[in-house]
Design a protein around this ligand. Structure first.
Ligand code: GLV
Length: 331
């Protein structure tokens, strides 16, 4: 019997391709070409599964053009590249890769916070440029982490990981704003207190964004929100581009209405607002918060296991639209 056909849309660990090949006829993209939507549709013809990595848009137009598709497995916890409603309507299962990246991403969020508040990138550029000729009493003076107020917007698993690092490791006073309040035990574990968005913006010394991107969270931090923040505050975005209005942020950084920002994600990435490159008080990293080899492997294996589980046994590990599994006739 011939194996079902799947597409792996970007380059991936050879061990994951080998695992998928035990179950499927795999078309892969180890050359790591970036396909246009039309090229992706062409590549998906005859495929029942797609291994995606967060950059491939799966929407109603693609689904109509790819009638054989049954599952798209994202190797990312975020899934704003999926139109989940359209996928559900088309009977296509969507899966993401939660949990396995939580601690690694929280580590990175905290590292970016520290690098930003303590001006590590800016001072390293200064040193590399040969400008360090003498000690200065306020040279690259930043803001304290320990004992300060850590604000978290979006208190899911990663937000909670950052809260715990701040509260337990650095004695920070943690406040958060979220769609719903955490249960009392989780709040106690994170030593975190729910506040309004306005109080969060006004009170935080360091504000970390960890909320999912959606039409509702688009520009959740724009000019009005930045204006509420302390002039000494730092802003960290490890969530998604588009949550921050990058043009408004450049303005705030230039005018020092906030002290500094650390950004791992950008509107329209991998392109970014060129003005961001001209402001010194911002630390910029290329969307690497989950990038350690063990974590990226765990994410890739989880996406592969979703494809294998669903296409061979009708079982999905981390479904985003589980109704599709329930409605599918058993194999
Ligand atoms: C990374 O941004 C992810 O969503 O996993």
């Amino acid at each position: 019997m011939s194996k079902p056909k799947i597409l792996v849309a970007r380059a991936i660990f050879p061990e994951v391709l080998a695992k998928l090949s035990q179950h499927f006829e795999v078309s892969s993209n180890q050359a790591d070409e970036l396909w246009s939507p039309a090229q992706l549709i062409a590549q998906l013809q005859g495929k029942v599964g797609a291994f995606t990595t967060g950059g491939e848009r799966i929407d109603a137009a693609l689904l109509v053009a790819c009638p054989d598709l049954k599952i798209c497995a994202n190797m990312a916890v975020g899934y704003n590249n999926f139109d989940v409603d359209a996928m559900t309507a088309a009977g296509v299962l969507a899966t993401n890769a939660p949990d396995v990246l939580t601690e690694t991403t929280a580590d990175f969020g905290f590292a970016l916070l520290m690098a930003t508040a303590r001006r590590m990138a800016e001072s390293e550029h200064f040193l590399r440029a040969g400008k360090w000729t003498k000690w200065g009493f306020d040279m690259f003076a930043g803001s304290d982490i320990h004992g300060s107020t850590l604000g978290i917007l979006g208190m899911g698993r990663i937000g909670q990981g950052i809260a715990k690092r701040g509260a337990h490791g650095f004695g920070m006073n943690v406040i958060y704003h979220n769609r719903s309040q955490l249960d009392a035990a989780t709040e106690a574990e994170c030593k975190a207190r729910l506040v309004s968005k306005e109080e969060l913006l006004k009170t935080a010394d360091h504000l970390v964004l960890v909320l999912p991107y959606s039409a509702q969270s688009h520009h959740a931090i724009g000019a009005a929100e930045l204006a509420l923040m302390k002039p000494t505050a730092t802003l960290i975005n490890i969530a998604r581009g588009g949550i921050v209005d990058d043009a408004a942020l450049v303005h705030a950084l230039r005018n020092k209405t906030i002290a500094a920002a650390g950004l791992d994600v950008f509107e329209g990435e991998p392109k970014l607002n060129p003005d961001l490159l001209t402001v010194p008080n911002v630390v910029l990293t290329p969307h690497i918060a989950s990038a350690t080899i063990p974590t990226r492997k765990a994410m890739a294996h989880l996406a592969a296991d979703n494809l294998i589980g669903y296409l061979t046994q009708n079982k999905a590990l981390t479904p985003l639209n589980p109704a599709v599994v329930a409605q599918r006739p058993s194999l």
